[in-house]
Design a protein around this ligand. Sequence first.
Ligand code: FAD
Ligand code: SF4
Ligand code: SF4
Length: 477
Amino acid sequence: MSQKMLKFVSLEKQMPTKRNASARREDFNEIYEEFAPDKAVEQASRCSQCGIPFCQVHCPVQNNIPDWLNLTANGRLEEAYELSQSTNSLPEICGRICPQDRLCEGSCVIEKGFQSVTIGAVEKYITDTAWEKGWVKPNAPSHELNQSVAIIGAGPGGMAAADQLRKKGYQVHVYDRYDRVGGLLVYGIPGFKLEKEVVERRAKLLADGGVTFHLNFEIGKDATLEELRAKHEAVVVATGVYKARDISLPGSGQKGIVPALDYLTASNRKGLGDTVPAFESGELNAEGKNVVVIGGGDTAMDCVRTAIRQGAKSVKCLYRRDRKNMPGSLRETTNAEEEGVEFIWLSAPKAFHGDGEVTAVRAIEMHLGIADSTGRQVPVELEGSEFDIECDLAIKALGFDPEDIPTLFDQPELKVSRWGTIEADPLSKMTNLDGVFAIGDIVRGASLVVWAIRDGRDAAASIHQYLQKAAKLAQAS
Ligand code: FAD
Ligand code: SF4
Ligand code: SF4
């Protein structure tokens, strides 16, 4: 092992510089600056090179973290990049937006006494440097295969599958109903977590490597699944989950009560320079408003922080559990608090006041009762504790369910779970339809970018086996 490692005893954990909150409130740029080269080397050298690296075990793509930290600490950055990209199709994106506190860094063994190695920030640094130095090159398969694969959905799952299949030489066609590549990376996640250029350059890299994108092309409208199956040797469904969960409360139908993804998409589109009538009219714009966001997940955090940047008068987040029990990343909650968001913990909405346009949310205090079968304490209303919060934009961030894919795709035989997610074999990712695979959120339910990437990689490996077998059978007959 290099002498440079094991520095965690003498060197403190340091994240890249975080811009101060008042500057952050003014724009949609990412909030962390890049590590200076000497800082990245220093922070990578804190790793203790564990024999059993729990960081790697708890990374969904099983990144070889100790080795690329060692290479970084020793200034061998190009090799670090080669190693890091061998397990992850979108490493600089994961370095930015993985909830590292729940994954790799949360499992780092030096976490206990010394604070974890800054794995995500180093991963981002390695790949951003690789882009800057021109080490990131489009896929150049050693030989072209004439079999083609259709991928429905250009989100991270679809992008990862496309990357891996193209590397093997397949003709890859990605179909997406949106006008840009990236799925939620572009239209869900705001720029202050992930700047859009980072996604755009990945999309261009895939296209330069020979992946064909068919944008503004919706399966179920512009073609059926059956038509794609007839045209391509295999199909991957990577359509994500988009049906917003709703609450039915008195006053729900009024103006000014909007679903989170509509709100975030309008903001992202505006940032990309699109014309967005619902933003311009004020319907999906928080400027000058008292905003209440309902929910405690990552989507809610993105909404509150977007509202701050749009110049809202006040921004409150209403969540029925407490800080310790919220599903969103604690790091994002802290960022939101620094930027001026007020959290109203242990409170749930009861009704919306207003005369056609919302003016207030009626809420009630909750306490955490006994645990349910999942071990989570169930929130219970505190009788007589209702209170009103002034509000002229209420944003519902209550999670997402899958659309009815068998009906949309005109393929009633496609097997789905009782939640509507597509059932796919956990190893091969194949559905009950021969040659049709499924990955990402549409299988897992709302999940994480890094899991969609892992699924994309696994599906590509399994499709390769499937198509090789098909080619051998064709040759034999
Ligand atoms: P998606 O990214 O949803 O992509 C699906 C694509 O399929 C879309 O482009 C869609 O247009 C296309 N599509 C759908 N139906 C059709 C059709 N019929 N025909 C053609 N195309 C179709 N995860 C993290 O790891 N970190 C975060 O910080 C984070 N923040 C998030 C913030 C928000 C607001 C949201 C909503 C999610 C966040 N997530 C985060 C979750 C993450 O974005 C998803 O888990 C991930 O994008 C899933 O990838 P996917 O490829 O399965 O689907
Ligand atoms: Fe950590 Fe995500 Fe990178 Fe894995 S992909 S090392 S979980 S930041
Ligand atoms: Fe290094 Fe932490 Fe991973 Fe151990 S768990 S190899 S210290 S990053």
